[in-house]
Design a binder for this molecule. Structure first.
Ligand code: SF4
Length: 105
């Protein structure tokens, strides 16, 4: 996937997530955990354990990718499960990963 296409997808998903979840950024505790077999999770290649992802399969080659160091993660640093606008209403594992991963600025 091109960087531009990935950016557009990421931007659209983030915008949708913000509209759907305007005030729940830090409330992962009451969210259900995203299942790896959730259709959206499958489409985004989400896994709970980023260490199981073959780095060669990633579009973005940056090392040590996981949800906790992704630009899109929300909630509080240190929490095991945190909100992500790509999966509105579900919490993702801080140690997880999906194909939308982007580095923090
Ligand atoms: Fe969300 Fe994790 Fe994917 Fe980043 S890598 S977009 S935090 S699920």
């Amino acid at each position: 996937m091109s960087t531009r296409r990935q950016f557009m997808k990421l931007s659209a998903a983030a915008a949708a997530g913000c509209m759907l979840q305007p005030s729940r950024e830090a409330l992962a505790g009451d969210m259900p955990k995203l299942a790896e077999d959730d259709p959206t999770a499958v489409a985004m290649k989400y896994v709970h354990d980023a260490s199981k992802v073959d780095p060669a399969s990633r579009t973005n080659p940056a090392p040590e990718q996981n949800c906790a160091n992704c630009a899109l993660i929300q909630g509080a640093d240190g929490d095991e499960w945190r909100p992500c606008p790509i999966f509105p209403g579900k919490a993702v594992a801080a140690a997880g990963w999906c194909s939308v991963w982007a580095p923090k600025a």
